[in-house]
Write a protein that binds this ligand. Structure first.
Ligand code: NAD
Length: 359
């Protein structure tokens, strides 16, 4: 066995159907009493749910305030607006309920104010398991890593995911799989993270097609959320490579939607690095149904079953932006199993733009 170093993140997880009802106890366990509630405009109804859960506990907990303007890619101006609002209320903690956009805003406020953060994820993005904050300003997405960014408690309540539309469930699930795929060949990879990655990918690869058939399936939703947790843990534990770099650039500089972009890029980025990672490709193939020992074939088959969009042009990216995206993606060095070269990355992004099948 190769030598390795392993750092576990210290978050606490409460998992299971109906676990949102444990929120008041968790707030009291932390000796807190006055939360700020966060979500996106589209999920503003979840604030009512939180309020009713907090209100029905004994003694009841009264929120200090609500902010429902969380936005994808954590724009700096939204964070500033939220921070100004925080100054006008007397919150002693943050509760974020929603997908990665809401979790990101919760992390940004928590990092800037020191307020404890309880995260209640409703997609499969995995941000709640990482000590990373991506923020966008002036068309550039920058990333900050700090132990203090990691939410202290995460509540995974499957009941909150059944409303996630099949299309977003599919791409969000592939976003999670992408974290685990890159963990399999991370420069600081280790046997523990590999176990989490393979178990997480298997759970999602098996459950996502069932969710697309029936978004209300409780067993499939539960398995997908379990997989997303494990894949998010991988993201929070080891370094990511070319796939995450390209997706980050496309989201941050070209405002492309996060999970949809990850879904399109993954098979192409994997195919780019495949010649340098035969061991990881074999392990990945072993957990992808229908792969016949070929991970790219397995991934293509999964995407086909999920009926996802295949080309970045379908999300409004212009062909002339391919060159610029490739330049930004290679401008700073980072670890990747196969050397990152501008012309090859440009062709990779062009294929993603056109919606060609990965080989
Ligand atoms: P999102 O949070 O923007 O959610 C997508 C849409 O789905 C939103 O309109 C949201 O309101 C809606 N939605 C979410 N859950 C729902 C549900 N259960 N039912 C109905 N609608 C629901 O998208 P996302 O893909 O979850 O997160 C993307 C963001 O997270 C990006 O900003 C990305 O950079 C960030 N992210 C960060 C990390 C990290 O470790 N820092 C990891 C993953 C993602």
């Amino acid at each position: 066995m190769n030598a390795f170093e392993y750092n576990a993140n210290p978050g606490r997880v409460i998992f299971g159907s109906g676990s949102i009802k444990k929120l008041p106890d968790e707030i009291r366990r932390l000796k807190l009493s006055s939360p700020l509630l966060l979500t996106t405009p589209r999920q503003a109804n979840l604030i009512d749910l939180l309020e009713s859960v907090l209100n029905s506990s004994s003694p009841s907990i009264k929120p200090a305030g609500t902010f429902t303007k969380a936005t994808m890619h954590t724009p700096y101006h939204i964070t500033q607006k939220a921070l100004s609002y925080v100054q006008t209320i007397t919150a002693d903690c943050i509760i974020s309920i929603g997908g990665g956009s809401t979790t990101g805003l919760g992390k940004a406020i928590s990092f800037n104010t020191g307020l404890p953060h309880i995260s209640i994820p409703t997609t499969y993005a995995g941000s709640e398991m990482t000590a990373t904050l991506g923020e966008t300003k002036d068309g550039h997405k920058t990333t900050r890593h700090d132990r203090r960014i990691l939410p202290g408690t995460v509540i995974y309540d499957v009941d909150l995911t059944t409303s996630l539309p099949a299309t977003i469930s599919a791409t969000s699930g592939i976003n999670a799989i992408a974290h685990a795929v890159e963990a399999l060949y991370a420069p600081n990879g280790n046997p523990i993270t590999n176990l989490l990655a393979l178990e997480g990918i298997k759970a999602l690869a098996e459950s996502l097609p069932e969710i697309v058939q029936d978004p209300t399936s409780q067993p499939a939703r539960e398995r997908a959320q379990y997989g997303a947790w494990l894949c998010g843990t991988c993201l929070g534990t080891v370094k990511m490579s070319l796939h995450h770099k390209i997706s980050h650039v496309l989201g941050g500089s070209f405002d492309l939607p996060h999970s949809e972009t990850h879904t399109i890029v993954l098979p192409h980025a994997l195919s780019y690095s495949a010649p340098a990672i035969p061991g990881a490709m074999a392990k990945l193939a072993s957990v992808l149904p229908g792969s016949d020992g070929d991970a790219i074939k397995g991934l293509n088959a999964l995407l086909e079953k999920l009926r996802v969009k295949k080309g970045l042009k379908e999300f409004g990216m212009r062909e002339e932006d391919v060159q610029r995206a490739a330049e930004i993606a290679v401008e700073n060095p980072y670890a990747n199993p196969r050397q990152v070269e501008l012309e090859l990355v440009k062709e990779l992004i062009r294929r993603c733009w056109a919606g060609e099948e990965a080989r």
